[in-house]
Write a protein that binds this ligand. Structure first.
Ligand SMILES: Cc1ncc(COP(=O)(O)O)c(C=O)c1O
Length: 336
């Protein structure tokens, strides 16, 4: 089976397993795990922030950010498609009791007129207090332009909001833009990043920001039950991924381009590549049909809507597997 459902399905490489086996560890709740400390320092440096905290999942990194930046009853602003709101079981409302306001924007950039409207009349007694602007880069594989990010974060700061970037796939954005990760993270008070997606580690994410905010985040991680003991074994996998697998993301992007071009040129379907993702548009209501036909061809994909199928390129897909997936897609497209 060629699994293109997500870049989270990768298995640790033999070299990563060796790094995990050799990890120096200590009790991280006492702050004594040297591998975690190294990972946190390296991640903070890469993102141009003062500090970072290792967390078990991207979900937890995001929700800790919401928790430390807001007060109960405050507004958080985010794109309609944002993972932090729509794919984390409503945790922002459950744990931080905030009021989500979503903006409609295909590339996740808050429209200027919406920002102005939402930032007006905030002293009105009827209004919840605006507190946090969240963005996501990449957003379903799409790279958010950095100048747009800067405009939005500057506006938010001028109006007293804090800013958080869900950078689960920030590494892909940085490679696609040929920029340092710190450039993608610039302007945000906190950034969450994942080691367990395109980078191919089995577990782990981090939240980075200024030292005071990350100190608060460490407390919040404990509150949520996310403080871990000899967790250097996981941090070692994450460090290996950070050192060895960042520059190879360009190969995933290139394979995504090739797959999308093949679909558009050789089937009745159309496809676009966005960093490591391929989004295939199917005839109305036939996305599930394409997913089922692909499964019989030995290719796994997910339907994102009634006429959209997503295939994700990752560490475990080499050129031979890409060729096999391409053949499977060609055959499956004839069945719908
Ligand atoms: C954009 C984005 N943010 C956050 C997450 C959450 O990451 P995790 O699965 O590690 O909780 C995901 C997971 O796929 C994601 O795609």
């Amino acid at each position: 089976m060629i699994d293109l459902r997500s870049d989270t399905v990768t298995r640790p490489t033999p070299e990563m397993r060796s790094a995990i086996a050799a990890a120096e560890v200590g009790d991280d709740v006492f702050g004594e795990d040297p591998t975690v400390a190294d990972l946190e320092t390296e991640t903070a440096d890469l993102l141009g922030k003062e500090a970072a905290v290792f967390v078990p999942s991207g979900h937890m990194g995001n929700q800790i950010a919401v928790y430390v930046h807001t007060r109960s009853g405050a507004e958080i602003w985010a794109p309609q498609q944002a993972h932090i709101l729509g794919n984390e079981q409503g945790a922002a409302s459950v744990l931080s009791r905030v009021l989500p306001r979503t903006f409609d924007s295909p590339d996740g950039v808050p429209p200027a007129d919406v920002l102005h409207r939402w930032a007006t009349g905030t002293e009105d007694i009827h209004r919840a207090r605006p507190s946090l602007l969240c963005m996501e880069n990449t957003l379903t594989g799409r790279v958010v332009p950095l100048e747009e990010q800067r405009r939005a974060t500057a506006f938010a700061h001028e109006h007293g909001l804090r800013t958080h970037l869900d950078g689960a796939r920030l590494w892909n954005a940085a490679v696609a833009l040929d920029q340092e990760p710190a450039a993608v993270a610039a302007g945000f008070d906190t950034v969450s990043v994942c080691f367990s997606k395109g980078l191919g580690a089995p577990v782990g994410s981090a939240l980075a920001g200024d030292a005071a905010t990350i100190a608060q985040a460490r407390r919040a991680r404990k509150l949520l039950g996310g403080a871990m003991r000899q967790v250097g074994v996981l941090a070692a996998g994450a460090r290996h991924a950070l050192h060895q697998h960042r520059s190879r993301l360009v190969q995933d992007h290139d394979r995504a381009e090739r797959l999308a071009r093949f679909v558009t040129d050789n089937t009745q379907l159309s496809a676009v590549a966005r960093t490591n993702m391929v989004l295939v548009t199917t005839p109305a209501d036939s996305a599930q049909q394409l997913v089922a036909a692909l499964e019989t061809q030995g290719v796994r994909a997910v339907a994102l809507g009634s006429d959209l199928v997503r295939l994700v390129l990752h560490l475990d897909i080499d050129d031979a597997k890409l060729d096999a997936a391409t053949a499977g897609l060609h055959a499956a497209a004839k069945e719908i």
